[in-house]
Write a protein that binds this ligand. Structure first.
Ligand code: HSE
Length: 369
């Protein structure tokens, strides 16, 4: 560690290791919604820390929206985006109407594509095309977009490996809540017997608020106001967001090749205040759980509202918080909770993945070997 300043900075945060010459990493961001905007803000906020402690100078060279992009050779700062109320995108000197991601990836020296366009779990687009273009063009990828991974997990994983590139998706697998990192790194060598997770902040928030007496619609609107619900909130409340996250965690950590068709999915739309009240009287609670269990000769994947006993590690996970429990042979039940859903947390998960690509030796895979 002593001879590796980057590693010592990671292992001893704040130990005062200053890395003088930072490595410049070009970034291109696709998607400028809640998470994309939060990511841009975080790049500015963390610029000094990234340089000093990780030796990384992340340079945002382009931000693509559906109708064009902001492009700058010298790097884009928040001032480059006149994208606030009352301002017009086209007034930015950096704005190029009609600019496509595919064209930008061909002109910029490869670094990392940060994918934040909206998830479409049916077609995967536009993110799927973005990820394929990036991985074919020599770009590492970190993504908050679940759609492409839901549609072609195996194809994208193979494409990344064939091109010796890294594809990371913490931001698509419960974001600020560490899930895959724990399963892959912290539980290395342990056999995972089953997994249970509260992986969706919107539904956990709705169930918590309904338990406090709020109406379903009111609780959903509050979740939308916090910028955590999907563009189409049916994906949250009908369980599909949880199902995709479960699929990605299971495929990565258990080495499976599940598709969405392999998961039995039920959401929270049938849950009433009466059912929540009944659970409470029995000292239980209702949670939307994504669960992997072993049936003879195969893994069983399901998402459904489940009654959780007060002794269960996920019992107290409420509001926008999430949680995951891995049941193992050697380490017992390992639970992580917290990591509330919000755009800043998702942006932070993207940043974590970028740091891991460059600063954790051999962290070149998101899959159990
Ligand atoms: N809609 C998701 C949630 C956030 O509520 O947790 C993005 O994964």
């Amino acid at each position: 560690v002593g001879s590796n300043p980057t590693l010592s900075a990671i292992l001893i945060p704040g130990a005062g290791t200053i890395i003088k010459k930072a490595r410049q990493v070009p970034l291109v961001l696709a998607g400028f919604g809640h998470v994309g905007k939060a990511f841009c803000g975080l790049l500015q906020e963390k610029d000094e820390l990234l340089r000093k402690h990780y030796g990384l100078a992340l340079k945002l060279q382009a931000v693509l929206k559906s109708d064009g992009g902001f492009i700058s050779d010298s790097g884009i700062t928040p001032k480059g985006f006149p994208d606030r109320p009352g301002q017009n995108t086209a007034r930015s000197p950096l704005w190029k109407p009609g600019q496509t991601l595919e064209a930008v990836l061909k002109t910029v020296k490869p670094g990392v594509l940060v994918e934040c366009t909206p998830s479409n779990v049916q077609t995967g687009e536009p993110g799927l095309g973005h990820l394929r273009a990036a991985l074919r063009g020599g770009w590492h990828v970190v993504t908050a977009n679940k759609g492409p991974l839901a549609v072609d997990f195996k194809g994208l994983r193979d494409l990344a490996q064939a091109n010796h590139l890294v594809l990371k998706y913490s931001a698509a697998t419960a974001a600020a809540l560490p899930t895959i990192d724990v399963g892959l790194y912290s539980l290395a060598g342990a056999e995972i017997i089953s997994i249970e997770g509260i992986l969706n902040g919107t539904t956990n928030y709705i169930l918590t608020r309904m338990g406090e007496g709020a109406e379903y619609k009111e609780a959903l609107r509050e979740a939308q106001d916090q910028g955590i619900a999907e563009h189409n909130p049916a994906l949250d409340v009908e369980g599909w967001d949880t199902a995709v996250k479960l699929l990605l965690i299971a495929n990565s950590v258990l080495g499976l090749d599940l598709t969405l068709q392999d998961i039995k999915v039920e959401g929270i739309t049938q849950i009433t205040s009466g059912l929540l009240e009944k659970a409470k009287q029995e000292e239980k609670t209702l949670k939307l759980i994504g669960r992997m269990t072993q049936a003879p000769g195969r893994w069983k994947a399901e998402v459904s509202p489940m009654s959780v006993e007060s002794t269960h590690p996920l019992f107290g996970v409420s509001r926008t918080n999430k949680g995951i429990t891995f049941w193992t042979d050697t380490m017992g039940a390992v639970t992580v909770t917290g990591g509330k859903s919000d755009p800043r947390g998702a942006a932070a998960a993207l940043l974590k993945d970028i740091i891991h690509i460059f600063c954790i030796p051999n962290a070149t895979t998101s899959f159990r070997l």
